[in-house]
Design a protein around this ligand. Structure first.
Ligand code: CAO
Length: 479
């Protein structure tokens, strides 16, 4: 028995030796591999910061996304340097190309602002030749990202099993409205997710109906979560050598962003939420976390207050937080130094039932200045305030242009437009914010350069109808 074990061990050793010899025979093209340090990782690059490529250089994404949630994710990955190949239906493309159009006949801002830095290929995924091209793409890419309605990818024949068989390293990432459960088959849009994720019931004023927020926390928020899932799966793949499924449900993504309200739901079991204005106003709490208007979500009371010009400017407001450590400075600024020692105002618990009076008094002061003057004055005293910036002010803000958060790009059809660049800044990975592609702009290039099709193959593919819109039926001849 022992000798058999020994023999097996010796055999395994010789196989390992042989295979390692095999590996050694392979000559790396780039000297970087030679530079591996003792822990197997490459030595720190000697290139200047920002000149050693982008964070996701070399990662290929098969982008089957549409509308907003999925495209947000793949656009971020493209900004980080991934080669994002967007697959679109011939002749139609992502439905948002034509939605909310501002320039006749041109791709809408809805589309262009969510699909920058990508390449576009048109493929009919239900055409036999189209399926063949897609299989080739699956073999070539690292990640497939999709946000179709539940089951649509499977109906195209792209089940996880099929993909995994073709390319075991491929990561298959999906956005769906709901995770497994009673609603998993539902189609979901932004506001549905905001409602189902607990955001709407906790947004708005107590006396009014639930409100959705303008920030697209269901779509863009979930896309952002998905991007993190993909990068994590890519990192894990370095160890395991295999891909996996990544799923982000929009309901889950919204709930993750609304978690402080689930915190408050549990606190309710132990008494009223004393930092909510409702507490100070003596209004009883119900069974669920209520809407709290503009009350601050943290423990420090905060309200939105009018500033100079509010009568004509809908955005002449400032968010003002009465943070405890700067209470003395606030009292001095607003001309109420006596509140620093008055027992009714001196401590945070004493102030809670008097928030309306306090904020009304502060507002009398903020109304004497513009929101920017209030900000300048308060900043000197470390008082946390935030001007309510309109989208116009944001579009004109030069510091956002300087950091690449707002970027102007040029489009061959619609001219110059503003887009939101990468809000995540990496010190050694330059940003890659380019205009969105025209429908099918890179079909030829991808077929040849990524998938290796010859001239003859490409001609055949073009004839097959797999990458071109279906012919319009000939008009019936007049009887
Ligand atoms: N070639 C051929 N067919 C294609 C294709 C291509 N390149 N690309 C898409 N299609 C087909 C799909 O296969 C699907 O066909 P079947 O239903 O016959 O299998 C069809 O187009 C429609 O796909 P869909 O159901 O995803 O699109 P929809 O407009 O009906 O629904 C949406 C849109 C967003 C509600 C749904 O995709 C969804 O619930 N997605 C998940 C959640 C999500 O991301 N929501 C956020 C959207 S942003 O507000």
């Amino acid at each position: 028995m022992a000798t058999r074990k020994k023999a097996a061990k010796a055999k395994a050793k010789s196989v390992a030796k042989k295979s390692s010899r095999k590996v050694l025979k392979f000559k790396p093209k780039r000297p970087a591999a030679k530079a591996a340090s003792g822990n197997g990782l490459p030595r720190p690059s000697s290139k200047p910061w920002g000149q050693a490529g982008r964070a996701l250089d070399g990662v290929k994404i098969l982008d089957f996304t549409h509308v907003q949630s999925g495209p947000t994710c793949t656009q971020l990955l493209a900004y980080m340097g991934a080669d994002v190949i967007k697959v679109e239906r011939p002749g139609v493309g992502d439905i948002t190309r034509g939605q909310l159009r501002d320039v006749k006949g041109q791709d809408s801002l809805y589309f262009t602002m969510l699909n920058g830095s990508k390449r576009s290929i048109t493929i009919d995924s239900k055409h036999p030749k189209g399926k063949e091209i897609l299989d080739r793409l699956v073999k070539q890419c690292d990640v497939l990202v999709e946000n179709f309605a539940p089951g649509a990818l499977d109906r195209m024949g792209l089940t996880f099993e099929h993909i995994n068989k073709l390319n075991p390293r491929m990561i298959v990432a999906s956005v769906k409205g709901f995770g497994p459960g009673p609603y998993e088959d539902c189609k979901v849009y932004e506001n549905v997710a905001q409602c189902a994720g607990g955001s709407a019931s906790t947004t708005g004023f107590r006396e009014g109906p639930p409100l959705v927020t303008g920030a697209q926390i269901g779509d863009s928020g979930t896309g952002l979560h998905l991007a993190l899932g993909i990068v994590s799966a890519l990192f894990q793949r370095l160890r395991t050598g295999r891909g996996q499924k990544v799923l982000c449900a929009m309901q889950d993504g919204v709930l993750n962003l609304a978690r402080v309200k689930l915190r408050d739901q549990q606190r309710l079991a132990h008494g009223p939420l004393s930092e909510y204005s409702q507490f100070g106003e003596g209004v009883a709490f119900g069974k669920a976390t209520p809407r709290a208007g503009n009350d601050s979500g943290g423990g420090q009371p905060g309200w939105i207050l009018k500033c100079k010009g509010w009568e004509n400017d809908p955005d002449a407001y400032i968010y003002f937080i009465t943070q405890a450590p700067v209470w003395g400075a606030i009292c001095d600024l607003i001309g109420k130094p006596e509140w620093k020692t008055d027992a009714d105002f001196a401590t945070p618990p004493a102030r809670l039932p008097r928030l309306r009076l306090i904020f009304d008094t502060i507002e009398q002061w903020t109304m004497t200045m513009t929101k920017f003057e209030v900000m300048d004055t308060c900043n000197k005293h470390d008082i946390p305030v935030g001007p309510i910036l309109s989208m116009k002010e944001i579009a004109d803000e030069q510091s956002l242009r300087a950091t690449g958060t707002v970027v102007e790009v040029d489009h061959p059809g619609r001219g110059k437009y503003l887009t939101v660049g990468n809000p995540i800044k990496l010190s050694d990975s330059p940003q890659d914010v380019r205009r969105s592609p025209l429908l099918g702009e890179h079909t030829d290039e991808i077929l040849r350069k990524v998938l290796g099709y010859s001239d003859k193959d490409v001609a055949e593919i073009k004839m097959s109808g797999a990458i071109t819109p279906p012919e319009k039926p000939a008009k019936a001849e007049a009887a």
